[in-house]
Design a protein. Structure first.
Length: 249
C-alpha cells in the first residue's frame, strides 16, 4: 500500500516548516501528490525525494528560482552553476574568517594590554565590511538591473535609511512575536497593515522593484545582515496575513 503523509507529518519528517511547504506549493516548486476533497494536502515518497533535492540545492546556495529551473528542465549548465555557487560559498567563508580574525585579534590585544584598542579593531572591521559589501554587490547584480541597483544606491545614501532600518527591525520583531497566532487575527492584521504602509512608502516611486524584493524575501534569497531582523519564516507568515488583509478590501 502506498504511503502518504499529511502536511504536518511531512513537515516533521523533512524538517521543512508547514508554512514553507505551503509556499512551495503556491510557487509550483513542490506540489503535493494530491489533495483531499476538503483541500488537505498529502505527500508521497516521490515528493520526499524532491524535497531532499530542494534542501541540498538550497544548502549549496541556489535560490528558489534556480532550483525550480533545475527541477523542471535539464537545460541548466551544471558546471557553470556549481562554479558560481562555489565562489559564493568561498566569499561567505572569507566573511566568516574575517569575523573570526576580528574576534581573535580583539582577544589578543585585550590580553596583551588589558584594554580595548579601538583603532586597531576599527581597521580590521573595515576589511570585514568590504567582504560583506562584495557579497551583497554580487547578489544585487544577480537579481537586479543596473537601474534597480542605482535606485537602491540612492536610497542607501539618504539619512532616512537609518530610520527605515529601525522601523523594519521593529516590524520584524513585532511580527515574530505573533507567529503562533492566526494570520487573520486582529493583531496580525494590524502588523500587516504596518508592513504594507512601510513598503509602499519605501517603494512608492518603483512598486515593481518592491514586488521583486518581496519575492526574494519570500524565497529566502537575502544576504545575511542586509535587512535588520529578516527571517524567511516571518516573511511567509506576513505574506499570509497581507493576503488576508487585501482580500477584505
Amino acid at each position: 500500500m502506498t504511503k502518504y503523509w499529511t502536511t504536518k507529518e511531512f513537515s516533521k519528517l523533512t524538517g521543512v516548516t508547514v508554512r514553507t511547504l505551503h509556499y512551495y506549493d503556491e510557487e509550483n516548486l513542490l506540489k503535493p501528490h494530491h489533495k483531499s476533497a476538503v483541500g488537505y494536502r498529502f505527500y508521497s515518497s516521490e515528493d520526499l525525494q524532491v524535497i531532499q533535492k530542494i534542501s541540498i540545492l538550497k544548502y549549496i546556495g541556489f535560490n528558489l528560482k534556480q532550483i525550480k529551473t533545475i527541477l523542471l528542465s535539464n537545460q541548466l549548465d551544471w558546471l557553470s552553476s556549481l562554479n558560481l555557487q562555489a565562489k559564493i560559498i568561498q566569499d561567505n567563508i572569507a566573511k566568516l574568517n574575517q569575523g573570526l580574525l576580528l574576534i581573535q585579534q580583539s582577544i589578543n590585544l585585550y590580553s596583551k594590554n588589558n584594554e580595548i584598542e579601538w583603532q586597531s579593531i576599527d581597521k580590521m572591521l573595515e576589511v570585514f565590511k568590504m567582504t560583506h559589501d562584495n557579497i551583497v554587490k554580487e547578489w544585487a547584480q544577480r537579481n537586479f538591473s543596473n537601474d534597480e541597483v542605482n535606485f537602491f544606491a540612492e536610497m542607501n545614501f539618504q539619512q532616512a535609511k537609518i530610520d527605515r532600518d529601525a522601523v523594519w527591525s521593529g516590524l520584524f520583531a513585532e511580527a515574530k512575536s505573533l507567529m503562533d497566532q492566526d494570520p487573520a487575527s486582529p493583531a496580525a492584521q494590524e502588523v500587516a497593515q504596518k508592513w504594507m504602509d512601510s513598503a509602499n512608502g519605501q517603494y512608492e516611486s518603483n512598486p515593481e522593484l518592491g514586488q521583486k524584493m518581496w519575492e526574494l524575501m519570500k524565497s529566502g534569497d537575502i544576504p545575511a545582515g542586509l535587512i535588520p531582523g529578516y527571517e524567511q519564516e516571518i516573511v511567509l507568515f506576513m505574506n499570509q496575513a497581507i493576503g488576508i488583509l487585501y482580500s477584505k478590501k
